[in-house]
Design a protein around this ligand. Structure first.
Ligand SMILES: Cc1cc2nc3c(=O)[nH]c(=O)nc-3n(C[C@H](O)[C@H](O)[C@H](O)COP(=O)(O)O)c2cc1C
Length: 160
């Protein structure tokens, strides 16, 4: 197996992290990988907020990760915006794995953006106008190893 396939097949959703701070260069490399993701008509209808304030990260249901990347999607953009952001977040998850980091795609508690704190959280995150929440990628050093989910070969069929 080559290095890329090895990264794809060893990545797992990490739900326990050490306290080790994630180096800024690694977070930047992950965000840059997200920017390299393909998107419909190359619209790149996303914005990434890289957060390494552990207390703030903790509010997003991130399993104790010391860092996260909040993926925002451009409002009223393209038909493919959710596909585009999905590709971007998985590209970043693979980049994190390639750098020896654990990660987990996380859908935070919905009250975070609808409850009393919603305004102040967006302000703290310097949320750009015209963007909505898409998904979060929790990032950190894994506290324990994990197994990738079993592959279901029957979900593929071949013609010809
Ligand atoms: C859109 C999406 C939302 C997810 N939300 C959560 C979540 O809120 N909390 C969590 O622990 N894992 C979440 N996951 C991770 C999945 O549970 C995980 O990918 C799945 O169980 C397969 O396991 P694996 O990633 O280890 O292969 C999410 C994954 C995706 C793609």
């Amino acid at each position: 197996m080559n290095e890329t396939l090895n990264t794809i097949h060893t990545r797992f959703s990490c739900r326990a992290y050490t306290d080790q701070t994630v180096e800024m260069e690694k977070l930047q490399a992950i965000a840059k990988a997200g920017l390299a993701a393909p998107s419909g008509q190359n619209k790149q209808p996303w914005h990434f907020i890289v957060v390494s304030d552990k207390e703030l990260v903790g509010k997003f249901g991130t399993h104790g990760a010391p860092a996260m990347i909040v993926v925002l999607k451009k409002s009223y953009s393209t038909t493919w915006v959710d596909v585009d952001c999905g590709i971007a977040v998985q590209t970043m998850a693979l980049a994190a794995a390639s750098l020896g980091l654990g990660s987990c795609i996380v859908d935070p508690p919905y009250l975070l953006f609808e409850g009393e704190e919603a305004g102040s959280i967006k302000e703290t995150l310097k949320w750009p106008a015209g963007y909505e929440f898409s998904i979060v990628l929790a990032v950190g050093y894994a506290a324990r190893s994990g197994n990738p989910h079993p592959l279901v070969a029957s979900k593929v069929h071949y013609i010809g």
